[in-house]
Structure formats: structure tokens, C-alpha cells
Design a protein around this ligand. Sequence first.
Ligand code: IMP
Ligand code: MG
Length: 189
Amino acid sequence: MGSHSSDDFTAKWAEHDLGEVVVSAKEVRDRINELGKQITLDYAQRPPLLVCVLKGAINFMADLMRAIELPVEVDFMAVSSYGAATKTSGVVRIVKDLDVDLAQRDVLIVEDVVDSGLTLNYLRQYLGARNPKSLEVCALLLKVGEQRVEQSLKYVGFSIPADFVVGFGLDVNERYRNLDAIYTYTGDV
Ligand code: IMP
Ligand code: MG
């Protein structure tokens, strides 16, 4: 269309605090399409309920649901680990709960990043107690070697180093969610 592709450059307003590209916009798009195809095959006989964990997974959820060729349903929950620091406290607060009943549903949790795994561990127990038929996880990013709780993740987009990253839904103090690629963050927290 004659305009810049968002793959080619980093937004001027953001570049000051961003380091290297960890996952490019194109890599994100391509991988999400692959995940969508795989989920379409795996869940062909039992369209899943996709549970988006706000806010970090919004970009991922929006693209993933459109890459799945099944009559999926979607719902949202919001959780917050205490504090605005770049490390989780492990104490999770439910800020917004689901609207739908999970009983006998095939539930797929859509998460942005698994770091220590404490948030996901809490969510699994919380949602698992509501008698879903199945409960699996689709995480866009997995930080290698950081998990303090054993995780079995059915779908992972990318395994990445343990650096703090922003973009494509991931924030620092609520900013940078609207970037199309994923970058290391070099600014102050
Ligand atoms: P965990 O409980 O340590 O696995 O952390 C999970 C949550 O912390 C994620 O859902 C994110 O909201 C946040 N988080 C962890 N690492 C990052 C990061 O590198 N950038 C932005 N948010 C992160
Ligand atoms: Mg977050």
C-alpha cells in the first residue's frame, strides 16, 4: 500500500527503550498460523473454549482465534501478580473472572509468556477445579530455564532467553503492548 511495513522499522516513539528484536512481526504471524493449523487438527471433533489471560495475551488471542478453523468460543480473565515489577511475586489476584461455565468444556488457556510458571500454575488449579473436560495451555513465549514449577505446555510459540521482553501484548508499566514485534527492554522499570 506504499506505506512502511511494520517489519522494517521500530516505531520512533518506542526505540529509545528497546533492544534487539527477539521475535520479528513476520515470525510471530507465521508461527501463530502454524499453531492455529495444529489446534484445528487436534480439536477438530471438540471445538475448544479459548480463555485469554488479559492483558498480555490480547494480541496473541486476536490472531490465534482467527487462525483456527473451528467454531471456537472465547472468554477472558484478568489476573495480576502483585506489584509492577518485572518479576512475578507468585501471588496472583483474579481481577476479572470468566463469564462461562467450564463444566465438560475443552478449555485452552491462551497465555502471553511463561516465566516462573507461577501464574499459570495458579490458573490451572483455579480453572481445573471447575470440571472442564480438558484443560491445556497455548503460550506464545516460554522463557528457557526460568520455570520454578514444572509445566506441561501443549503449545508453545517460541522458547526465548530469560531477558525481559515487550511488544505484541507484553508491557512494562502498561506500555509497548501495541508493537508488532517482540523486543528486549533496555529502559528503566
Ligand atoms: P510467571 O508467573 O513468572 O510465569 O509470569 C507470568 C506473567 O508475568 C506473564 O503473564 C506476564 O504478564 C508477566 N511477564 C513475565 N515475563 C515478562 C516479560 O518478559 N515481559 C512482560 N511481561 C512478562
Ligand atoms: Mg503482564
